[in-house]
Design a protein. Structure first.
Lengths: 220, 500
């Protein structure tokens, strides 16, 4: 048996907390260890249980999901924050990814997608709900700054890796697509993070879109 | 600086000015020519240079020039009043006496001649007295007319001013110039609160005693004892106050007081009206603010409730309908619609993340919904503003974009949000048909374009300003500037200490 993924659910709607917990109970590798009904108790629960994954709603009384994400990623970096919300606006997606969320899902996500997302963020990958990916990229492409650098400070290979990462592929999938070893992909990503001064692949992708190095069409 | 002991520095100047004026007038030289001409004729007759018949001599024809002196004397009186009559008759008398002593000392006819001279001087004075009186009256009447004109001008200029302080400043500047004083000040107290409603001095700091200190020091009692200062009490409606002038060289003009009173009372009435209008405007904008706030709060609450209640249930429903494509699709559509309705009320983004992400969403949605392209450009580092300012910027952008889309049929709308050091500037520009933008925002109401008027109102609520530039065929640019700092709702009432 693989390691158990310990999950905390933070949402002010009992319906969502219970529904999600019920759904996850069917999976042996996932255990919901606690739930919280507002932002402040979400922070306390994360501190107390140190879960692998925290499912966090945005609109919560006390502290919003955005604040919880900022604080939790700073104080408990081992907990991956997976946002579960009804808001699909790009502004929220950007703000939360910048705050350090590992994933962003809408609450109407299918059961299998939710479970897959929990497993993915637990493995250190980024997950975006398919419908928010598009609005995020549209928004990034529209709000390109005047001083955008036309040429990325990356090698051709690194740019290829970044493009594949932007499509939401995992390291293993990128390696398969580009016919590289997963270790090489990891090395490329490390160089990319360093050159762009970012901490995660999501931030690298956002920067790439903002600067216009990645085109929306290439991500389909 | 005690003006009473100071010699009047203007006296020498005034005398010089009078002399300069006199010698430039033909009447003055005509009088001189007559007096000298008559004197020459007189001497000629007395010295017998002109041969006269015995009969003429017997008839006393040589006395005739003395009588002729009456002509320039009367002329001098009529032209220059007492001063002219007396000076001319003395001058003529001097020349005539010279003649008398030169030729007529041996017989007693000099007595007759001297009598004539006295007569000439007497006639000069008697003619001049009523003329002088009449002249003085005329001068006073002319001065009164000039003052009345000045008063009318002042009234007109004060009406052009945008606010009471500016009106007072304009009038004080003109007043000081008309009366030739160094400083003037105007204070109006609220009768009930005893607080100064308006307090303006022409100079900073003021030369009016007590003005620069606490307003209680500035009182009639203080001013009464100060030389070189004149003041008058004024009142209008619920206000009382005073207007004062000060001059280092003393106040020479005896008419100044009555003029000061006329100006002061007129100004008090003007300021009272302006203050009343301002109070009305403040009350109105308070009402508009409260209504707007209530409306925004209602929209915010509705959006939150839709998100918190139905949207959550629907999302859970969609999740459970995964295996049934038809129902899943229908439920997803309802959820999407529900989110749209909630966001149209008020995007939660605005409250959670601020105006830049909210506008980003507005522009992205707008591009998707219509054929035209919309772009957002954010300059500077976006920060959070006061909730009121964020709503104002968002709603104005929304209204400007909707106006452009509905009325101007553009191909492109550009929204620019600039985070400047002191304030935030939002620009919405389109390449549409444009329109004849009126000079005054109020004209939009007359034209039935209440949406645009609403944008002006909203900008003012947070101490911002709005400008619309447009002309047929050139597109439209809406620029709104909102201060970054905290906004006091009393901003409209509190006046800056000095305005230029």
């Amino acid at each position: 048996m693989e390691d158990l993924i310990r999950v905390v659910i933070a949402d002010d709607h009992a319906l969502v907390r219970e529904g999600t917990a019920q759904l996850l109970a069917k999976y042996d590798d996932i255990e919901v260890v606690a739930s919280a009904e507002d932002g402040v108790s979400a922070m306390e629960t994360i501190a107390r249980f140190e879960p692998d994954v925290a499912l966090v709603d945005i609109a919560m009384p006390g502290l919003t999901g955005i604040e919880v994400t900022k604080r939790a990623t700073a104080t408990h970096p081992s907990t991956a924050i997976l946002i579960l919300t009804v808001h699909d606006e790009a502004g929220y997606v950007r703000a939360l990814l910048e705050a350090g969320a590992a994933g962003y899902l809408l609450k109407d996500v299918g059961e299998l997608d939710l479970v897959a997302a929990i497993r993915a963020v637990n493995a250190g990958e980024s997950v975006l709900h398919p419908s928010v990916t598009r609005t995020l990229f549209e928004s990034l492409a529209a709000g390109r700054p005047e001083d955008a650098q036309p040429q990325p400070p990356l090698t051709e290979r690194e740019l290829e890796v970044l493009k594949q990462a932007a499509r939401g592929l995992s390291n293993r999938e990128i390696a398969a697509t580009l016919e590289l070893s997963p270790r090489t992909v990891q090395t490329h990503l490390g160089h990319i993070f360093e050159k762009l001064s970012v901490a995660s692949r999501t931030q690298a992708v956002i920067l790439g879109l903002k600067q216009g190095w990645l085109a929306l069409e290439e991500l389909e | 600086m005690t003006p009473l002991t100071d010699p009047d520095p203007t006296r020498a100047v005034r005398v010089r000015a009078v002399v300069a004026r006199r010698i430039s007038e033909p009447a003055f030289w005509a009088i001189q020519a007559m007096v000298i001409g008559i004197s020459v004729l007189h001497i000629a007759l007395e010295a017998d240079w002109i041969p006269l018949g015995e009969a003429a001599s017997e008839a006393g024809i040589h006395h005739l020039p003395v009588v002729l002196y009456l002509v320039p004397v009367a002329y001098g009186s009529l032209s220059y009043g007492l001063e002219g009559g007396v000076l001319t008759s003395l001058w003529a008398g001097l020349l005539a006496s010279f003649n008398v002593f030169l030729f007529n000392l041996e017989d007693y006819s000099w007595v007759v001649d001297l009598g004539f001279v006295v007569l000439v001087v007497g006639v000069g004075i008697i003619t001049a007295l009523p003329v002088e009186r009449e002249r003085r009256q005329r001068h006073r009447a002319e001065a009164a007319v000039r003052r009345l004109e000045a008063l009318n001008e002042l009234a007109e200029e004060s009406l052009k001013a945008r606010d009471p302080v500016e009106a007072v400043r304009t009038v004080l500047d003109r007043l000081s110039a008309i009366l030739g004083v160094d400083d003037s000040a105007f204070v109006l107290w609220d009768r009930e609160s005893e607080e100064p409603a308006v307090k303006v001095s022409q100079n900073q700091p003021s030369r009016i005693p007590g003005f620069n200190e606490d307003s209680a020091v500035l009182s009639p009692e203080t001013l009464d004892t100060t030389p070189g200062v004149d003041y008058t009490r004024v009142e209008a409606g619920g206000y009382r106050g005073l207007i004062a002038i000060a001059s280092r060289t003393g106040l020479a003009d005896p008419e100044a007081s009555s003029f000061l009173a006329a100006v002061g009372n007129q100004l008090a009435t003007r300021v009272e009206i302006a203050l009343l209008i301002e109070q009305e405007q403040t009350a109105w904008s308070t009402y508009v603010r409260l209504v707007t706030e209530a409306q925004e709060e209602e929209r915010r609450r509705l959006a939150r409730e839709l998100h918190d209640g139905p949207a959550q249930h629907l999302a859970m429903l969609v999740r459970t309908l995964q295996g049934q494509p038809d129902l899943h699709g229908a439920a997803t559509t309802i959820l999407t619609e529900l989110r749209r309705v909630a966001r149209d009320q008020r995007p939660t983004l605005l409250d959670d993340l601020g105006v830049a992400p909210a506008l980003d969403w507005l522009v992205t949605e707008g591009s998707k919904r219509s054929d035209l392209t919309m772009d957002l450009r954010v300059e500077g580092e976006p920060t959070r503003l006061s909730p009121e300012s964020e709503v104002v910027l968002y709603r104005i952008a929304q209204e400007a974009m909707r106006n452009a889309e509905v009325h101007a049929h553009p191909t492109h709308i550009l929204v620019t949000l600039r985070f400047l050091p002191g304030d935030v500037e939002l620009t919405v520009s389109d390449d549409g048909s444009g329109f004849e933008a009126p000079n005054q925002p109020g004209e939009y109401v007359a034209a039935g374009r209440l949406g645009i008027m609403g944008m002006y109102e909203r900008a003012q609520l947070v101490g911002g300003s709005l400008a619309i530039t447009s002309a047929p065929g050139t597109g439209t640019v809406v620029v709104v500037t909102v201060p970054r700092g905290p906004v006091s709702h009393r901003a409209a009432i509190d006046r800056p200490p000095t305005t230029s």
